[in-house]
Ligand binder design. Structure first.
Ligand code: DC
Length: 239
């Protein structure tokens, strides 16, 4: 049996299509490092909110952000098999997932120098390969030579409901309409920005998971990898 080599798997797609859940599951199954590129953009956004770089009126002081982003110590830390985002010593995994951060992350991530900062860090963290990374431009810009590229999509209402349930489970209290509006707005900004817009790479496989369970997604991925790398028997799926 051939095992899966040390490749880079790029997972891109619309907001709340379950990219990170899918990527984490594949990472655990095949022993890959999982990196969430959106977390980095969220980390920059949290910093900008906390430091007043994003004003109360929603304006962004780009000149200040440009000055402060260089030395910003955003990094991934790995403990108990889980990768978390840190700002200096502080774990910010929870803080970066609020609706407030979600409301500003698309305009922040459309700024070219922010993208350069994040891209540099993503490359540094991926050194050595065997990485699965999710985001919006991984297969098109960050790793255009990734050996396997997946583009995820799902029905908008289904995505909003999933994100809503996730936020409620974390104790937040958004309305479903708010979540849907944020999702639509982010998809629009992410797909229409000038620098590295969200789009499917020509060589990406499309995964529409509107009617799929997580197990079905994993089986789909197994079939894809078996075909690509000529693997004859299954590793025994764990979910
Ligand atoms: O995956 P996410 O929802 O946590 O990402 C948050 C935002 O970050 C998303 O709305 C757009 C931006 N993003 C990006 O522009 N490029 C990436 N590779 C990943 C995320």
């Amino acid at each position: 049996m051939n095992s899966i080599p040390d490749i880079i798997i790029a997972v891109d797609g619309y907001s709340s299509t379950g990219k990170s859940t899918f990527a984490k599951m594949v990472a655990a199954e095949y022993g890959f490092l999982y990196l969430d590129s959106g977390a980095m953009y969220r980390g920059v956004t949290l910093y900008a909110l906390e430091e007043g770089i994003i004003g109360a009126d929603g304006s962004i002081d780009e000149a200040r952000l440009k000055k402060e982003i260089g030395p910003l110590d955003l990094h991934f830390g790995r403990a108990d098999g889980v990768t978390r985002l840190y700002l200096g010593e502080r774990c910010i995994e929870t803080e970066i997932r609020t609706l407030q951060v979600s409301s500003f992350v698309s305009p922040i991530s459309a700024i070219p120098f922010v993208r350069n900062y994040v891209d540099d860090r993503l490359h540094a963290f991926s050194e050595g390969g065997r990485v699965i990374m999710d985001g919006r431009d991984i297969g098109t810009t960050v790793f255009p030579n990734a050996e396997v590229k997946i583009f995820m999509t799902a029905d908008e209402q289904v995505r909003a409901r999933r994100r809503y349930d996730e936020l409620v489970a974390k104790g937040q209290t958004p309305s479903l309409e708010e979540v849907l509006a944020n999702l639509k707005e982010r998809d629009y900004i992410d797909s229409h920005r000038e620098t590295s817009p969200l789009r499917r790479a020509d060589d990406a496989y499309v995964l529409d998971n509107t009617h799929m369970t997580l197990h079905e997604e994993l089986v789909w991925m197994l079939g894809l990898l078996q075909g690509r790398f000529n693997i004859l028997d299954s590793p025994g799926l764990s979910c």
